[in-house]
Design a protein around this ligand. Sequence first.
Ligand code: KG4
Ligand code: ZN
Length: 340
Amino acid sequence: MIVLGIETSCDETSAAVVDDSGVRSNIIYSQLVHKKYGGVVPELASRDHLRKIAQTVRQALEEAGVALGEIDAVAATSLPGLTGALLVGNSFGQGLAYSMGKRFVPVNHIEAHVHSAMLGDRLLTPPFVALAVSGGHTSLFYVGADLRLSLLGQTLDDAAGEAFDKVAKMLGLGYPGGPEIEKKAAEAQPPWPGFPVAELGRDSLDFSFSGLKTAVLNSLLARGSDYLERLEESDLRRFCRGFQEAVLEALCRQSLKALEVTGCSALAVVGGVSINRALRARLSDLAGRRGFRICFPPPALCTDNAAMVAWNARSMLLDGTAGEMGLAVRARSGWPRYTP
Ligand code: KG4
Ligand code: ZN
């Protein structure tokens, strides 16, 4: 089965072709227009998707060596994301599918991130726990043998990636903040400041990052409102390290709890933040010591990409859960809570 996937939920215009053996092409165009604003501007995102969508899809087909007529289905991210941005990929995908008389499969963005783990590591089979950690989401899922997701916990306020982006902005670093903070944190010399990790109760599998963000801001402001001008490079690195350590502590702690609660022996970490090398090292170390399997997709499948969308659609088509949706897009904004 050959599936063309389209992703336009935020600031990446991506198109990909997958077949039964895996990824044949995965073209990702990251919008640069937002850099000067320090965050994504929704209207600019929609316009840029519109400018790039046709050539991105064409390039994905060319690189895969696949003619449009050979495609069995077209899939696009339908939710969640920026409405105007989603509309571009969905309308384009639906139009293309309709004009060729092919199936159109709407795909949930977070579910697609979870599927990136199985695309990146074909030996990973459910049940497993998935930590989806990106700029828009921080959630823990139980992925059942039938591939259905149930929610174990999620952030009550900011997503981890969003916290990286906002703290980077406070520190005068560029957007996206995650890679910038990771780089500075790796160069930090001890001691670095300790920041609080939200404690939400012994049984909670939720996250909270807004208090951490405020703690970083307060300790910067304690140096005066002009702290940025006076912050030395060595101090900047220490702030990055202290902040990153607190985020990693929260992610690792809750992931371990989730493995315990579900009895799973495999953890998949997906989404943009899962590129972070310190997070990978810490979880790999824990996996070695505690004896669970850890799985990280390759970086090109971690940030927003269409290969994961196409792969998710392919597995829904194969197991019959994609249904006969025609041109109607099914909206899904939540998952059933995990029950043991
Ligand atoms: O999955 P993604 O591309 O888009 C969303 O669905 O949100 O994730 C983007 C997020 C951004 O917040 C970015 O700062 C973060 O992933 N990120 C990182 C790293 N690379 C990207 N966070 C921490 N360390 C990184 N190396
Ligand atoms: Zn994403």
